[in-house]
Design a protein around this ligand. Structure first.
Ligand code: AVI
Length: 318
């Protein structure tokens, strides 16, 4: 079996196992990573361009406005690691501002997507060496041997908000190990704000976020022989104040039984599948999380509305 086929087979098996486990729970839930098949990734791209979805705009504004300062914070001739390749324009802004970056290391589990990103960056910055690493950055993995030099970890998009507290802490510890003693990190973090702005961003007027969420059911139908009636489930965005998170749910509009992956799953009318949490931090709570994991949060850049933060972290080990 070809290596890519093998990865795909394992991934299909993991999807099947996640669906059976997630839909068998008393509170049905699926991890957000399953939203991103090819169609889901296209829909997410569209979300980032919506008027209602402010995070991409706000973070890009910060990077454009403060690129020089952020680059000075990272230092000269750095090795830049990006977790989750494909932040597109944001990566290009940062690389374009860095002083003679030595190497760009995009890290992602999706090998084909990673190859596209690597090719794009190589064409855009022909003098920069690019070393893609296929790995699931949500779990521990070893980096290959790389040239010496100061290292910066870049994690934009507030993807850290999709991790729970324990996962986010483990992730920040992992970054610290990867960048070593003199290392730094640039992390994009979406901030708490009025609830209506958040609800609008996660239930946009154009219905793209709804299509993104419902695509999970279409994917189950396609890949696991499911029979979810897509018009009898609805997208819902909810603010969970105690978790400080926007949650995405898929609500069953009737009582029914649904087949998928060779099993049957009962739904009561109004029952939901929780498909994503997007945690919103305040400045103090994110700085505290960073410090808890051995970082020092020494720099902070904000957009004009104060909606989004880019943190500059330094490895606390001196
Ligand atoms: C990828 N992640 C940071 C997005 C977010 O805002 O939590 C995913 C998303 N879900 C709905 N809209 C965007």
């Amino acid at each position: 079996m070809l290596e890519t086929e093998c990865v795909r087979t394992k991934w299909n098996e993991a999807f099947r196992a996640a669906v059976v486990a997630g839909l068998s729970r008393q509170r049905k839930t699926m991890a957000p990573c399953w939203l991103y098949d090819e169609r889901g990734s296209q829909l997410f791209e569209q979300i980032t361009r919506l008027d209602d979805y402010y995070p991409t705009r706000a973070e890009t504004e910060i990077l454009l406005r403060h690129a020089g300062e952020i680059a000075r914070f990272c230092g000269e001739e750095v090795l830049l690691f990006e977790y989750g390749a494909g932040a597109g324009i944001k990566t290009e802004i940062l690389i374009g501002a860095l002083d003679r970056p030595r190497l760009y290391v995009p890290i992602d589990i999706a090998g084909d997507f990673l190859a596209l990103t690597a090719g794009r960056i190589e064409r855009r910055f022909p003098d920069l060496d690019v070393f893609p690493v296929v790995a699931d950055f949500n779990h521990d993995f070893e980096l290959p041997e790389l040239p010496a030099g100061r290292r910066t970890a870049f994690f934009p998009g507030s993807t850290i908000g999709n991790l729970n507290h324990a996962e986010a802490a483990a992730f920040l510890c992992r970054l610290r190990r990867h960048v070593g003693e003199q290392g730094t990190a640039i992390i994009g973090v979406d901030l708490k704000k009025d609830v209506q702005t958040l609800l609008d961003a996660y239930d946009d007027r154009e219905g793209v976020t709804a299509a993104f969420n419902l695509n999970l059911l279409a994917r189950i139908n396609r890949e696991l022989d499911g029979d979810f009636p897509l018009d009898r489930f609805a997208h819902e965005a909810r603010w969970n104040a105690s978790e400080s998170a926007i949650e995405m749910h898929l609500v069953s509009l009737d009582e029914r039984r649904v087949a998928a992956a060779g099993e049957e799953f009962p739904f009561w009318s109004g029952e939901t599948i929780h498909t994503e949490s997007s945690r919103k931090y305040d400045l103090g709570s994110f700085a505290a999380l960073a410090e808890l994991t051995g970082w020092r949060a020494t720099r902070l850049w904000l957009d004009e509305n104060g909606y989004f933060a880019v943190f500059g972290l330094e490895n606390g080990v001196s």
